[in-house]
Design a protein around this ligand. Sequence first.
Ligand SMILES: *Cc1c(COP(=O)(O)O)cnc(C)c1O
Length: 424
Amino acid sequence: MEYYSLNGRASKVSFREAVLNGIAPDKGLYFPENIPKMSSNFIKSLENYSKEEIAYHVIKPFVGSDISKSALEKIIENTVSFDFPIKNIENNISTLELFHGPTMAFKDVGASFLAQCIRFFNDKKSTVLVATSGDTGGAVANGFYNVEGVDVVILYPSKKVSLLQEKQLTTLGKNITAIEVNGTFDDCQNIVKKAFLDRSIKANLTSANSINIARWLPQMFYFFFAYKELLKSEKEIVFSVPSGNFGNVCAGLLAKKIGLPIRKFIAATNSNATIPNFLDSNKFVIQPTIATISNAMDVSNPSNFPRILELFQNNVDVLKDSFASYSFSDKETKAAMQKVYKQCKYVLDPHGAVGYLALKKQTISKNQHGIFLETAHPLKFLETVASTLQRKLTIPENLKRLMQQKKVALKATSYEDVKSILNK
Ligand SMILES: *Cc1c(COP(=O)(O)O)cnc(C)c1O
C-alpha cells in the first residue's frame, strides 16, 4: 500500500516511510492510496475469529509487505493484549470500555502499535517528538520506555492535564523527557509541527501523534471487536466517539469504508466545538482552545478532520449521512456523570460522559443499538470524578505508588526553548 499527502505536493511513500516520516514533507497528512474492502463473508463470520485474527485481517492490506506476516502477528498480539468489554448502561445503550491497557486510556492501542512498528523499522537513532493533551504522553512513553535507539520527548500544556496523567509522563526518566509548556495543547501541537519542518534541528525526528498512520489505523480494531460482540442482536449500530483530534472517530469511519456495516458515527466534543459548528454553519472557524474537565479533548483545530473529509471526497452532505457531531458543556458533562451513577452505579469518566450525552442527543430507534466509547479509566480523572459524584474512590496500589513519585519536567515558553532542548 502506498500513501499520498493530502496537501498533494509530496511524493507517494510506502507504509514504512509514512510511519517514519509521521507527516509528509509538504506538511500534509498521509492517506492510503486506495481503500481496501473486506469480504462480506468475513464480516458476517467475525464470531469465528479471535481478536488477533480480526486485527491482522483489518490492518494487513494497509501494511502491505513492509512487515512480514510473523512479525506483524507478534506486533498485533502485543497491541491487543487486554480486554475490550462492552457494558450495558440502559435500554439500547452500552459502553465499550477501552481503558484496560497499561496507561488506562484507549491510546494504548495506537501507541503500542506505533512503538513496535518504529522498533521494527528503526535503523538509526531517532527521537520521537509528541504533543499531548493528556493521554498520548503516557501511552507513548510507556510504549517506548527503555527501547534502545529511541529517545522520546513529550510536550504537555502546563496545568491542563490531570495529576495522574502528569505523573505518567514525568516520572519514567531514562529515554523519556517531558517538557512542560506554558500554553495550550494547540500551542504544543504547533511547536511539534514547526520542529518537523525545521532543518536546523539535528535529531532525526519521528512523530507519535495521531497524525501518524500507525497510531491512526489500528484504532479500527475495536470497532470490529464491538461489532463482533453485537452481531447476534441484528441491530444497526451507532457509535459515539469522544473526540479531540478526531483520530479515533476517523478510524471508525475508515472501518465503515472498508466494510464494517455501522449506521452512524457521532463525534462527541466538549466546548471546543469547531466541528459541530462547522456541520451546522459550513464555516470552519478555529476559536482559542477552552480548558474543560474532559481535558484530553481540549483541541480546537482537530488534526484528523482533513482525513475525514478525504474519506468522503470533501462532500459534506454525503458525510452527514454517516456522521454527526455535538458539543457539551462541563455542566452537562457533570450532570450526565451524576445521572448515570445514580441510575446504574456506573462511574463515567468525563470523556465517556460527553460520549454518552451525544448518544442521548441522537435518536436511537428500536432496531438500533448505541455504543459510546469509554476512552479513559475514571480514576485517571480522580479529582473531577470524586468531586462530581461526591464520593471517595478507592485507588489501587499501583496508582498510589505512581502518585508518590517525583515529577521531573523541563520548562518551555516558546518554540526556541524546545528547539534548544532538542539540539542539546
Ligand atoms: C485522546 C483522547 C480523546 C480524543 O481522541 P481523538 O482521537 O484525539 O479524537 C478522547 N478521550 C480520551 C480519554 C483521550 O485520551
